[in-house]
Design a protein around this ligand. Sequence first.
Ligand code: ACO
Length: 311
Amino acid sequence: DEAELRAHFEATVAADRRVEPRDWMPDGYRATLVRQIAQHAHSEIIGMQPEGDWITRAPSLRRKAILFAKVQDEAGHGLYLYGAAETLGADRDELTRRLLSGRQKYSSIFNYPTLTFADVGVIGWLVDGAAICNQVPLCRSSYGPYARAMVRVCKEESFHQRQGYELLWTMMRGTPAQRELVRDAVDRWWWPSLMMFGPPDAASPNSARSMAWRIKRHSNDELRQRFVDMTVPQAERLGVTLPDPELAWNEERGHYDFGTPDFAELARVIGGDGPCNAERLARRTAAHEDGAWVRAAASAHAARRAARERA
Ligand code: ACO
């Protein structure tokens, strides 16, 4: 009976074992996972756009090949994640409809423009760095298919982060004009990267529940701090200044102190009013409509094959 199933679920979570698709789970747990995994999948797919803009303008064949591979990886991550959402009974077409109609979110970070090629490096370094900070603990998320998808995603993300760092490393050892491009890009992306971790804990309606269910393993503020601590020494090594006058090592806490991101800006961007929200969704919608014939052909092929197998 349900009490027994619930007790089994609670024990599984408490023992740090994985909940699997066929297991009983509370409706709220399922709904929270579908919400988070779908938002995560949408972020990967929309996240192809800001960098994809630079594929045709990469400064060398080598940089073009790297960027191409990276953007393809993002598509792959989106597909694993939609697959993970489907194990919870979510319908992929419905998730896409919810994205396109603005009923489901995607990460705020992908609503900022990529103005120069240095942005490609900074996205790899800071945005993928923040994504890794957030996603490594998700490899221990209580829902099996999500946790396992994260293992592979994180391996690829660390590769992306290094390529960003290497690109910036090269530019910082280039001309003064290249160093200026890096400085400008870091100035523009630093605060939006900190916002990726979500609202502060006190204003995060989902955190407590998600942490109790061990879907999330750390709070938004904990991960934001971890990201700052990880990134400051990398910035020093690179020779770039992060645009935060409050940034300082705090001996007592054993962490860097840092300024407060503009959470009103985060709320606006999440609410649809960021610099590129309309453009991102319009492009995704057009791509979806242009791809209708592919879906129709794939469905017809699958139906014919199924009919042949039955015969
Ligand atoms: N961008 C867009 N929406 C956000 C962001 C953000 N940076 N931060 C929080 N939100 C949304 C939440 O989805 C939630 O919305 P909803 O309840 O209407 O669905 C609301 O703001 C309140 O936030 P929280 O209560 O803190 O939400 P949650 O517990 O889900 O934490 C977080 C947010 C940290 C983003 C979490 O969902 C998570 O870890 N997701 C997995 C990682 C992910 O999605 N990464 C995508 C970007 S990384 C990349 O693709 C390169």
